[in-house]
Design a protein around this ligand. Structure first.
Ligand code: GLU
Length: 348
C-alpha cells in the first residue's frame, strides 16, 4: 500500500513538473510599444508612457503559456538609449539567466536603437538561454497596434527550446532575426526590421516558432567579453562620409577624447581624401579607426581603395556603423591593439 501511495505521489509530482509553465521575465525599457497617443490615427505619440504591468496586462494570453514576471529597467524612447541602461540591463539579464527556473528573457524596447542593444547584449550576456528583444511600430493606442502580438510571439520565442544557443534575437512582425544581422530599414512601417546580409533566421506565427538558419559568429556564452566588473564604456564616435566632406568632425572626435572612430564611409567604406588624412593621424595617435560602409549592406574590403595596413585602419567586416561601434566599445574594454581588434571583427 505504502509503495502504491509513493508511486502515485511520484507520478503526481512528475506530471506537475511536466505541466509547470516556464518562467519568462519581461524587462521593459520603453519605446513605442509602451507609447500612447490621444487618438488611434496619429503618428504622434509619447514613447515610454505605459509601464511593464500595463504592457503585460494588455496581452493576458501570455499568462496562459508562461509564468510571466515583469521588471521596469527604464522607460525611454530608444533614441535616448545609453551606456548606463545597457550595463544595467546586461547585468540584470546575467543575474536572471543564472536562475534555474528562468527559461528566457523578453526585453521590450524602442525600435530606433533596438539593433544596437540587441548586439550589445549578444556580446556580453553569458548564457545560452534566449533573450528576445521586441518592440512595436505603432503605439498601444493606435488602430491595428502591432505591440500585443509582437509580445505574444516574443514570449513564445523566449520559452521555445529551439531558441537556446541562438544568441540574442529580435522578434518583430512575425520574424525572428539574429542580433548581429538585424537593422531597422524603414522609418515607419511594421515590416521595418530586415537582416540585409543574411536574411531572417526564423518565423513566429501566432506563437508557432520555426527556425531556418543559425548565426555562425560568436555570441553570448561563447563570447570572451564580460561587463560584470565594468561601470563605463569608452567613447566611440561615428563619422558619416559624403561628398565635399570635412576633416573637422574627426579632429573634434579626437580632441573630445574618443578612443575609437567608426567611419560610415561611401561605397566600400571610403573616406573623402582630407578625412582619410585626419583618420590616419588619429590612428597614429592611438585612436582605433574602423571603416564601415554607409550603403547598408555588404562587407568593407581590407585594402581595396584604402591602404589600411599603411594608414593603420581596421575594417568592420559587414557590420553597419552602429553595430561596428558597439563591438569597438566592447573590444576596447579589453584591448586597443588594432590587429587584435581586426580579428574580433571576423569572429563576432
Ligand atoms: N523613437 C521611438 C523609440 O525608438 C520610436 C520607435 C519605436 O519604438 O518604434 O523608442
Amino acid at each position: 500500500m505504502k509503495f502504491f501511495k509513493g508511486l502515485i505521489l511520484m507520478m503526481f509530482l512528475g506530471a506537475s513538473v511536466l505541466m509547470a509553465k516556464p518562467t519568462v521575465y519581461i524587462l521593459a525599457t520603453g519605446g513605442t510599444i509602451a507609447g500612447s497617443a490621444d487618438n488611434a490615427l496619429t503618428g504622434s505619440y509619447k514613447s515610454g508612457a505605459v509601464n511593464v504591468d500595463a504592457l503585460i496586462s494588455a496581452v493576458p494570453q501570455i499568462n496562459e503559456i508562461a509564468n510571466i514576471k515583469g521588471e521596469q529597467i527604464a522607460n525611454i524612447g530608444s533614441q535616448a538609449m545609453n551606456n548606463e541602461t545597457w550595463l544595467t540591463l546586461a547585468k540584470r539579464a546575467n543575474e536572471l539567466l543564472k536562475q534555474k527556473d528562468v527559461a528566457g528573457i523578453v526585453v521590450t524596447h524602442g525600435t530606433d536603437t533596438m539593433e544596437e542593444t540587441a548586439y550589445f547584449l549578444n556580446l556580453v550576456v553569458k548564457s545560452d538561454k534566449p533573450i528576445v528583444l521586441v518592440g512595436a511600430m505603432r503605439a498601444s493606442t493606435s488602430m491595428s497596434a502591432d505591440g500585443p502580438l509582437n509580445i505574444y510571439n516574443a514570449v513564445n520565442v523566449a520559452m521555445d527550446k529551439a531558441s537556446v544557443g541562438k544568441g540574442v534575437l529580435v522578434v518583430m512582425n512575425d520574424e525572428i532575426h539574429a542580433a548581429r544581422e538585424v537593422t531597422k530599414t524603414i522609418t515607419t512601417a511594421v515590416n521595418t526590421f530586415k537582416s540585409p546580409n543574411t536574411g531572417k533566421i526564423g518565423t513566429v506565427n501566432y506563437g508557432i516558432v520555426n527556425y531556418y538558419m543559425n548565426s555562425t559568429r560568436k555570441h553570448t556564452k561563447n563570447s570572451e567579453f564580460s561587463i560584470n566588473n565594468i561601470s563605463a564604456l569608452p567613447r566611440v564616435d561615428i563619422i558619416f562620409g559624403h561628398s565635399e566632406d570635412t576633416p573637422d568632425f574627426v579632429k573634434t572626435a579626437v580632441e573630445k577624447g574618443a578612443k575609437g572612430i567608426v567611419l560610415a564611409g561611401v561605397g566600400n567604406g571610403n573616406p573623402y581624401p582630407s578625412v582619410e588624412e585626419a583618420l590616419a593621424e588619429a590612428a597614429k595617435a592611438g585612436v582605433v579607426v574602423v571603416r564601415t560602409s554607409r550603403t547598408g549592406s555588404g562587407s568593407t574590403s581590407v585594402g581595396a581603395e584604402v591602404d589600411d595596413a599603411k594608414l593603420g585602419f581596421v575594417t568592420g567586416d559587414n557590420l553597419n556603423a552602429a553595430k561596428a561601434r558597439v563591438l569597438l566599445m566592447v573590444a576596447l574594454t579589453k584591448t586597443n591593439d588594432k590587429d587584435k581588434i581586426q580579428k574580433l571583427y571576423k569572429e563576432y
